[in-house]
Structures are given as structure tokens and as C-alpha cells.
Ligand binder design. Structure first.
Ligand SMILES: Cc1cc2nc3c(=O)[nH]c(=O)nc-3n(C[C@H](O)[C@H](O)[C@H](O)COP(=O)(O)O)c2cc1C
Length: 231
């Protein structure tokens, strides 16, 4: 596809490529939260678990949102959350794990067309945007949930920075995504390829931005399928 002419009108077609198993370092299974999926090889200990996520709500004002702002947010008790942030918080409530928000050193534009263009440029140039902070105590965790929205049928480029700037050897990585139609979009396989010495769970979670009202139930069912019990 001519990258300069790519656009985001139809997420679904390329998104189908996202279904399937992850790479050789993953636990074999159906992949994705729609097919049942395998439980974890070892139980999750909330105290040794981190939930690292990237999420970019395009507004913090719950009133008078435009369509792009609505698409990127979920409002809980009057508070505006990003979609992925909402999922991360549900996982946190269920597991008692620590939350870490992945943020870029340079704030990203909150105007959708500008963000869309910048995200594509970053992807095309294989950029590694600097992060505001790294996880200083990653050794304290043996399980890391990694959450992100799908950007241009892939992970946002700050996720690549995050994965490359930390040492995940020996850890269990559990991906989750929110999306506008592309589902996991092949990203679990990419993480597994990148983190060859970690175990990347291919029973990853994905939920559409249009289904955020049922996120609580869906995340709960997925965590049950992984064998993760409340912390
Ligand atoms: C720059 C940009 C690119 C996007 N590209 C895709 C895409 O390729 N496929 C898709 O399904 N959704 C895409 N989306 C939609 C987001 O994945 C979706 O709105 C997500 O829930 C946003 O999560 P957040 O609120 O946690 O940031 C894109 C959104 C943005 C801002």
C-alpha cells in the first residue's frame, strides 16, 4: 500500500491480519479474547505485576465532546479516561497490580487530524519517541500487562521505545488493546518477536472503542480465562 495515501476510514480489513498466534516465545493458543484462550502457566501475583499502558484521551472535559474526542474517551463518574486507560484501571481493580502510564517526553497533539498525521510520520520513519519516564523498578515485577490503542494498524511508536528501553527477559507479558476496528492487528506477534526472551501470552485482550460500556464484563471474562483471580 502506498503509505502516503493510507487513511483510516476502514480499520477492519487489515485488522483481520491481527488474529492468530503470537511468535515462538508465546504460550500457544487461539490468540485474542474471542476464542477462549489458554490460561497462564503460572498464577499472577498482584504484588509482582505491573500494568503499563499508553492512552491518549483527546480531551479532559466530559461536556460537549466532538466525535474524535468521544472516540478516544470513556467517562467514569464524570471523569474522562482514555479507552485503554479505562481497561488498565479495570485490570488494576481486579489484580491489585501497579499502574504505569507510558507518556512521551514531548506532549502529543490532541487535535485528531494532527495526531493522525504525526503518528503516521513516526511510523513511516520508524521513530522512537523519547518517553517522559521509564519503569525504574522493573525487576520487582514478573508479569507485565502491556496496553495500547492501535495506531495505524500497529502499536503507537512510543510503545516500541518502551519495549526496547526495558529488559523483559524471563517475564510474562500480557498484551491488551483498544481499537476502532483493527482488533490486535498483529501486534502480539510483533511484541513476541521483539521480546524473544520473555513469554508473551497470545490470549491477549482487545476491545473496540465502541464497546467501552461493556469493558468491565469483557475484561473480567478475559481475566477469568487467563486464570487471574482478584487481588
Ligand atoms: C493516530 C491514531 C491512529 C489510529 N489508527 C487506528 C487503526 O489503525 N486501527 C484502529 O482500529 N483504530 C485506530 N485508531 C483508533 C484507536 O485505536 C482507538 O480510538 C483507541 O481506543 C484509542 O485509545 P485511547 O483512548 O486509550 O488512546 C487510531 C487512533 C488514533 C488517534
Amino acid at each position: 500500500m502506498d503509505m502516503t495515501r493510507r487513511h483510516l476510514l476502514g480499520f477492519t480489513a487489515l485488522g483481520l491480519a491481527g488474529l492468530g498466534v503470537a511468535g515462538c516465545s508465546s504460550i500457544p493458543g487461539l490468540g485474542g479474547n474471542e476464542g477462549g484462550g489458554d490460561a497462564l502457566a503460572r498464577p499472577v501475583d498482584g504484588a509482582r505485576t505491573l500494568i503499563a499502558y499508553f492512552s491518549l484521551p483527546l480531551t479532559d472535559d466530559p461536556e460537549n465532546m466532538n466525535r474524535d474526542e468521544e472516540n478516544s474517551t470513556h467517562v467514569v463518574d464524570g471523569k474522562v479516561l482514555g479507552n485503554t486507560q479505562h481497561v488498565a484501571q479495570i485490570i488494576q481493580a481486579r489484580t491489585g497490580a501497579e499502574l504505569f502510564r507510558i507518556e512521551t517526553a514531548q506532549p502529543l497533539p490532541l487535535d485528531f487530524p494532527v495526531l493522525e498525521k504525526q503518528a503516521l510520520q513516526e511510523q513511516e520513519s520508524d521513530a522512537r519517541p523519547e518517553l517522559k519516564a521509564l519503569v525504574s523498578n522493573l525487576d520487582d515485577y514478573d508479569t507485565v500487562f502491556v496496553g495500547y490503542p492501535i495506531y495505524w494498524y500497529d502499536m503507537p511508536m512510543p510503545l516500541y521505545t518502551f519495549l526496547e528501553r526495558h529488559e523483559f527477559g524471563g517475564k510474562t507479558i500480557i498484551p491488551f488493546t483498544t481499537h476502532g476496528g483493527s482488533r490486535l492487528s498483529g501486534t502480539v506477534e510483533k511484541i513476541a518477536e521483539k521480546l524473544g526472551d520473555a513469554t508473551v501470552v497470545d490470549n491477549a485482550f482487545t476491545i473496540s472503542r465502541d464497546d467501552m460500556d461493556s469493558a468491565e464484563d469483557e475484561v473480567g471474562a478475559w481475566l477469568d480465562s487467563l486464570g487471574v483471580t482478584a487481588g
